[in-house]
Design a protein around this ligand. Sequence first.
Ligand SMILES: Nc1ncnc2c1ncn2[C@@H]1O[C@H](COP(=O)(O)OP(=O)(O)OP(=O)(O)O)[C@@H](O)[C@H]1O
Length: 250
Amino acid sequence: MLEIKDISKTYDNGHKAIKNISFSIADGEFLSIIGPSGAGKSTVLRSINQLITDDSGQILFNDQDIRQANKQQLRKIRAQIGMVFQNYNLVGRLSAIENVLHGALGRKSTISGALGWYTLSEKQSAAALLDLVGLGDFIYTRANELSGGQMQRVGIARALMQEPKIILTDEPIASLDPQSTTVVMDYLKKIAVEMNITVIANLHQVEIAKKYSDHIVGINNGQVVFNGQPNELTPAQIVNVYGNDVGAIE
Ligand SMILES: Nc1ncnc2c1ncn2[C@@H]1O[C@H](COP(=O)(O)OP(=O)(O)OP(=O)(O)O)[C@@H](O)[C@H]1O
């Protein structure tokens, strides 16, 4: 269970990016954050694993306030939060399985991680995760020889290698064609449903958010203007979230 309580963030240039944001997320829930460009979606996501520090509020992860965690506690919390990136963040010259194994680094000693020493069981897990995302035939393919959709599935397998409780993903499908979008979203959904991993995704396309989410939070100008189930997101609510940024709605 993750509870975001009243978080606000003003960047160093004085811009108030988010204001008193609150919402909560149940375990295994697929939550989408929607809103126009610049609304504050990435700021919220970055707050959750404290890539930026908020000015005020609480972020409770299983009742522990992430904002109050010391370095060691934060490392433990971050180990439970996997990230899936818009631009995949893979090492192109390394194979799919080597990229997935990088997901285990947080649990290894610095030396064995730096030397790329992985146990047989870690290698077996990485191969099984690639199989899970439909890439069993591409284990030894170099990442830069994969399609965008396949690279994103490697990114998902790498996040899973971390054995996370939560996956955070900022625009995971922004660089993908419609067919790859469906495949990647289907796998993210499967992870939430079958592995009970909470998925929090910033999404630009409302229809995709409605199709895949259990719960949607709409942000406009740094504030929550919608917090509910997809079927509660009526056309009027969508206008409320996007204002005049109609292009984003389609
Ligand atoms: N490091 C920063 N310093 C100053 N202002 C920032 C910084 N990062 C973001 N902002 C500003 O804060 C606001 C919210 O940004 P954020 O990236 O969270 O929005 P977003 O909803 O994710 O937008 P997009 O959909 O375009 O990615 C924007 O006005 C942005 O310009």
